[in-house]
Design a protein around this ligand. Structure first.
Ligand SMILES: [Zn+2]
Length: 433
């Protein structure tokens, strides 16, 4: 799926019957997968140089052999077991077998190998594939071309908005006025709240802003307004009530479902799906993202598969931008129970606005945001991947000077300047399927 492949050479593990194999990969480390432990031992991770960069190779006890040997007889030898390593990272093995979860039931970034070895902004699996690609090109004598996106663009961007709040812009300043006893100011803000639209009731503005870059928005609506059992808020609006206006505001934009916190179970999800579908005259949402990026690896993907979603775009770390599965292209997640891939596509989430400036996440200064993200964007462009951006509608409010419209504009200007193809989730599914 990452490259346009016309014919594949034979690939075998060393030393099993490698007669005739055009590419041989160093002895398989698949005994790791019988241990069902989340992490490899530290001696099973080695750093090797590939095209001038140090890359971590998992399940590799560096034997001192070169990483890649292109032989004059037209064969190639890859020393580390890049197949096992790619599977380990791409399948999310660590989160499936780890017991660590945070207060929202999420696998924490702090427990990840990306954090431990410091490579969250490096799509390591794409580097493994680059090694394999070089070997394939040597033995076939044919160049392997990366996939192309709409209009021949070399990479793509997926711009998304989770709609958590439409009516709460007034609350924080009004509360602080009240707390400080500034009653006149509080009264003025309450009056404005009652008589004028809220600054976060801005879906038309969001849609138009994104469209002004030649891009299209995908809106994930949250059909649950009651808070989760632990008090964490869901939507501040009732979907049924706002629907006519919201649907008119976003025009033909793609609509996805934003499933509430505390509902990664079949019946809950089904009920919320029905609410949205009912409002859309029976049209089912194509894609899904979970509120708070809640994802239980042992349950969530099974339900998404059962309910026949075409794609999910939840898998990023809330605490850090980058690559949760160390991969910058959409992929079919692995079904641990059935030992095969699920039928829905995962479009990994690379950066969420809240990650960049939040008491529990990063605290980047406004001017640090674009430089920090640029290295990640360059990695995605290099491998022809999809850059998925989550910018909440509430952060199109000019009152937000940290992760607000100005920072969003910088990101969009950058993406456009690099000739990205702006695509929505449905288009990604069609182009990758
Ligand atoms: Zn949300």
């Amino acid at each position: 799926m990452a490259y346009t492949v016309t014919s594949l050479p034979t690939i075998n593990y060393y030393p099993i019957s490698n007669k005739g194999a055009q590419i041989t990969i160093g002895s398989g480390k698949d005994e790791f997968f019988t241990r069902q432990q989340p992490y490899p031992y530290s001696h099973e991770v080695s750093w090797r140089n590939w095209k001038g960069q140090e890359i971590p190779f998992f399940l590799d006890d560096d034997s001192g052999q070169p990483l890649l040997e292109l032989r004059s007889d037209g064969t190639a030898l890859i020393d580390p077991d890049i197949i096992s390593a790619a599977f380990y990272l791409l399948s999310g093995w660590q989160e499936y077998f780890s017991e660590e979860r945070d207060q929202h039931g999420r696998f924490p970034y702090s427990a990840s190998v990306q954090h431990r070895y410091g490579f969250v902004t490096m799509p390591v699996v794409n580097y493994y594939f680059d090694v394999l690609k070089t070997a394939v090109e040597h033995v076939t004598g044919q160049p392997l071309t990366p996939r192309r996106w709409a209009n021949g663009a070399s990479w793509a961007a997926f711009i998304t908005h989770d709609i958590d709040n439409l009516y709460s812009a007034w609350k924080a300043p009004a509360k602080s006025a009240l707390r400080q006893g500034r009653l006149l100011s509080f009264g003025r803000q309450l009056w404005r709240h009652l008589t004028t639209p809220d600054a976060w009731d801005n879906l038309a503005q969001v849609q138009q802003t994104v469209a002004s870059y030649g891009a299209k928005s995908t809106f994930f609506f949250l059909p649950e307004h009651r808070p989760a059992a632990n008090g964490t808020p869901n939507a501040d609006y009732k979907l049924q009530k706002v629907w006519p206006e919201a649907a008119a505001a976003i025009g033909t934009s793609e609509i996805g479902i934003h499933v509430s916190l505390g509902a990664p179970y079949h019946a809950h999800l089904k009920r919320e799906e029905h609410r949205l579908q009912h409002l859309r005259n029976g049209v089912k949402a194509y894609g899904i993202r979970f509120h708070y990026l809640q994802w239980e690896p042992r349950i969530t993907p099974v339900i998404l598969d059962t309910l026949l979603y075409k794609y999910d775009s939840t898998l990023g770390f809330a605490e850090y931008y980058g690559f949760r599965n160390s991969y910058c292209l959409p992929f079919y997640p692995f079904d641990f129970q059935q030992g095969k891939s699920f039928s829905f596509l995962e479009i990994p989430l690379n950066v969420m606005d809240a990650t960049l400036h939040h008491p529990r996440y990063l605290q980047l200064e406004p001017e640090e945001i674009l430089p920090a993200l640029t290295l990640m964007f360059q990695e995605i462009e290099r491998f022809g991947g999809v850059c998925t951006v989550l910018w909440h509608n509430e952060n199109f409010d000019p009152a937000n000077e940290n992760t607000g419209p100005h920072q969003f504009a910088e990101i969009m200007d950058y993406l456009r300047s690099r000739n990205v193809a702006f695509v929505n989730g449905q288009e990604i599914c069609e182009q990758m399927g």
